[in-house]
Design a protein around this ligand. Structure first.
Ligand code: MGD
Ligand code: MGD
Ligand code: SF4
Ligand code: MO
Length: 759
């Protein structure tokens, strides 16, 4: 059916070698004006990321101090994301009367999103073919009754996406725990969970340790497994500043991504003309999954350099005082053989030595990474090895140095801080229980992958999604869709239509909510809410626009009312007062969550405040009280003969599960998303012509054949052995049980496929 809607004729041009600049701004305005009136466009874009304005609903890259912000403090993609939310288009009850659910399910993700903002609560009762309008009172009572009717609270799932604000996230986890479960799966489980896990194991806190100033001051920044030109565009301005200050950048990626090569600053005159700033001083074109071997090789070279000139390479003072496990780590790395390293990385020894020389010349080093690392089976050991690398030269807890997992959703880090965590730390539960006078459940809940298994196996029966698009974000689409359809009740609190509304349980509800850009007025007056960015800065966000419909409730209101209807007033939690005044929620947060003392006062300051990271005062909350060196088993990731490692990634023109158009400008792809990028070497050895149409056939140990049909092959300068295609079209290929060690993250960057002539 129409799942290829939005597709036109494919055209392919050579990939771009620079990012942003005038075309970036022009493309953003084009998309914005297609969604909003010119006046709304101007008002919205001018308040984006300004102190006192609306926080960009795009990525979690920080804003920087208020005095340094430009008038247009947003990027092309941030403008697109906000325009997509502030659209004039509406999905009304008439729309649902005209379109059966089955028909909507046949539409593309892009088409569903293009229909606009949802205006009223809608219900599908058992056996219905269409959604019908329902009152808020009836809708919420139905959900509460569904929850109360479960045999155990653990039969309910409370999913969140990282756009959720702190106040709503805090209320949601309070509701789930007061109800009696830790089933709080979230998008983070599919995203930076490997980072949180590895950093928690080695440094005692699952967050990054650097600030924007650190990036500016670093002598050397590694950008590993990340495509900032598309996914964190303003990171390029930061890297430009690093370079202006004399620092250098090493990019590690199988793809020569445009933003890693050159950058034209869209808001500065020199970005408008000329060739822009070269970003990567060294582009390391790694084989898929070769990063662990690369950092092991760099660590081996550091150990050997220290052997050759003792006392000059390693920071032995730091190692002795602040770390443990060095000897065992060193023994492991010294056992590596160069032929194995070169095989796993696909690099030359000369290039690795060049990077090593840059490391030796750099006093302060930062490693940044994203999905190219976390979504691999060995993502956690790879990040631990990066930590080893930084520890060797004491690159922690001083300016210009540290770890930098670059987060995805604008508040995904804040949600975790607020307790959206299926494995909550005991001190958090204790503080929560003390504040609200109940005993939160101690057993761990389901993460995203476990939640799908639980629904599939009939152990979870009510699914409540607060934002996001669970059914498209998750792996093994066929399995996940069946799992959702088997639920008694599915509830989606959403701004816009997506596939999670067309894949329904027996009863299904759509509860429409305010977006970031909407003004939020409650009994005590106009509200703001707060978010935490990738560098632990907490600040306020204020929507300015008239809400998309008079029938919308805020997330805080929906969660609070639902909690009250479900739990009654026995616990004495003042849900209605929380809804009336979000400052009262912040008062509670300040007493439960470490680092939030005086929350209301501190967040009133323009720009907000920084949460402390104990690592920066050399306090490591690990088993030994020190930062841990680890010994990580060597991995040489190879597909079987005749197969490739497929990574599933984002185009320039999408927000996660939502494509905006079928174009990927920087990669030179136009008109179609059903493309697979394969290196010319692989095409030759597989005997597949450029431009032919193939099915992607997933191969996995369970013997199930997973097929994504009809992809056009594009010869592309990716590392040999590594292919790439877009998410979410390829999620059908990612096996549910193929997950990263320790973090249980689906291995979206390591899918073994073969290309078969299209059926
Ligand atoms: N415009 C836009 N911005 C976004 C998003 C969006 O969808 N659209 N999503 C947001 C979210 S939630 C997230 S998590 C982030 C994601 O940000 P990214 O992590 O940049 O997202 P991906 O598109 O998944 O790109 C992964 C990158 O890793 C590289 N890679 C793949 N495999 C490997 C490997 O084995 N080794 C190395 N070194 N590199 C590898 C790929 O070539 C690609 O450049 O972006 C956020 N920002
Ligand atoms: N194969 C593959 N799968 C992946 C990935 C990959 O790289 N490859 N990446 C993974 C990653 S990193 C992530 S983060 C997940 C993303 O997973 P999700 O966060 O679940 O998905 P999104 O596409 O961001 O969700 C978009 C929907 O959120 C809703 N929404 C938007 N704004 C708001 C709001 O303000 N409030 C509410 N209530 N709803 C709102 C809209 O209805 C919209 O349709 O996907 C993961 N899945
Ligand atoms: S870099 Fe991220 S947060 Fe900043 S404007 Fe762009 S999308 Fe928004
Ligand atoms: Mo993400």
């Amino acid at each position: 059916m129409g799942k290829g809607e939005g597709e036109e004729r494919l055209s392919v041009k050579p990939p771009k070698t620079w990012a942003a600049g005038v075309p970036g701004v022009a493309h953003a305005l084009e998309y914005a004006l297609g969604q909003m009136t010119p006046a709304t466009t101007a008002r919205t874009l001018l308040s984006l990321n300004q102190a006192g304005g609306v926080d960009c609903p795009g990525c979690a890259w920080p804003e920087g101090s208020p005095d340094k912000r430009h008038l247009n403090e947003y990027c092309e993609n941030g403008a697109k994301h906000i325009a997509d939310e502030a659209t004039r288009r509406r999905v009304t009850p008439e729309f649902f009367r005209e379109h059966a659910i089955a028909e909507l399910d046949g539409r593309s993700d892009q088409w569903l999103n293009q229909q606009g903002r949802i205006t009223e609560p809608m219900i599908k009762r058992p056996g219905d073919t269409h959604y019908a309008p329902v009152s808020w009172a009836e809708a919420l009572e139905l959900v509460a009754a569904g929850l109360r009717g479960l045999d155990s609270p653990d039969e309910a799932l409370f999913y969140t996406s990282g756009r959720l604000n702190n106040e709503a996230a805090f209320l949601l986890q309070l509701f789930a725990r007061a109800f009696g479960t830790n089933n709080l799966p979230d998008c983070s489980n599919m995203c930076h969970e490997s980072s949180g896990t590895a950093l928690g194991q080695t440094l005692g806190i699952g967050k990054g340790s650097v600030s924007l100033d650190d990036i500016h001051q670093a002598d050397l920044v590694f950008v590993v497994g990340q495509n900032p030109g598309t996914n964190h565009p303003r990171m390029l301005s930061a890297l430009e500043e690093t370079k202006r200050n004399g620092g250098r950048v090493v990019a590690v990626n199988p793809l020569p991504e445009a933003g890693l090569m050159r950058f034209k600053h869209p808001q500065k005159p020199r970005g408008v003309v000329g060739r822009g700033t070269p970003i990567a001083d060294e582009f390391v074109q790694i084989r898929a999954g070769g990063d662990l071997a690369l950092f092991q090789a760099l660590n081996l070279l550091l150990l050997e350099a220290e052997d050759a000139a003792p006392g000059t390479v390693l920071d032995t003072g730091f190692i002795t005082e602040h770390t443990s496990g060095f000897a065992e780590f060193a023994e492991g790395v010294r056992g590596l053989a160069w032929p194995d390293i070169l095989s796993a990385t696909g690099l030359t020894r000369a290039q690795i030595e060049r990077v090593h020389a840059m490391v030796l010349e750099s006093r302060s080093v930062i490693v940044c990474w994203a999905m190219g690392i976390t979504q691999h089976r060995h993502g956690v050991p790879t990040i631990r090895e990066m930590v080893n690398f930084l520890l060797l030269r004491g690159n922690l807890g001083r300016p210009g140095a540290g770890v930098c997992p670059v987060r995805g959703h604008s508040n995904v880090q804040g949600d975790r801080t607020m307790g959206i965590n299926e494995k909550p730390p005991k001190p958090f539960l204790d503080a929560l229980g003390k504040e609200f006078g109940f005993t939160p459940p101690a057993e761990h809940g389901y993460d995203t992958v476990e939640a799908i298994r639980a629904m599939r196996d009939g152990k979870a029966k009510v699914f409540l999604g607060v934002g996001g698009n669970f059914v498209r974000a998750t792996p093994d689409s066929a399995v996940t869709e069946a799992a959702l359809r088997s639920c008694r009740l599915t509830v989606q609190i959403s701004t816009k239509l997506n596939r999670s509304h067309t894949v329904c349980g027996d009863t299904a509800l759509i509860l429409p909510t305010l977006g970031r850009s909407d003004r939020d007025v409650q009994a005590s007056g106009v509200q703001f809410f707060t978010v935490e960015d990738s560098m632990s800065e907490v600040h306020a966000s204020r929507g300015r626009l008239a809400p998309a419909s008079p029938h919308l409730l805020s997330e805080v209101a929906i969660i609070g009312r639902l909690a009250r209807l479900t739990l009654g007033d026995d616990l004495g939690i003042p849900w209605a007062e929380f809804e009336a005044d979000y400052a009262l929620i912040r008062d509670r947060i300040s007493r439960v969550v470490p680092g939030f003392a005086d929350f209301n006062a501190r967040v009133a300051v323009p720009g907000g405040f920084l949460l402390p990271n104990p690592v920066n005062s050399h306090e490591y909350r690990t088993s030994t009280g020190k930062a841990l060196f680890t010994r990580n088993a060597f991995v040489d990731l190879r597909a079987p003969e005749g197969h490739l490692i497929l990574q599933t990634l984002r185009s320039h023109d999408q927000w996660n599960t939502i494509p905006y158009t079928a174009n990927d400008r920087y990669r030179g792809i136009k008109g179609s998303r059903r493309v697979v990028l394969v290196s010319p070497e692989d095409l030759t050895s597989l005997g597949i012509p450029d431009g032919s149409v193939v099915d992607l056939v997933g191969v996995w140990t369970d013997g199930v054949e997973r097929r994504a049909p009809g992809f056009t092959v594009v010869s592309y300068p990716t590392a040999p052995g590594s292919a790439a295609a877009y998410y979410p079209e390829t999620n059908v290929l990612v096996p549910l049980d193929s997950v990263a060690e320790d973090s249980n993250t689906p291995t979206s960057k390591d899918v073994v496929v073969r290309l078969e002539p299209a059926t």
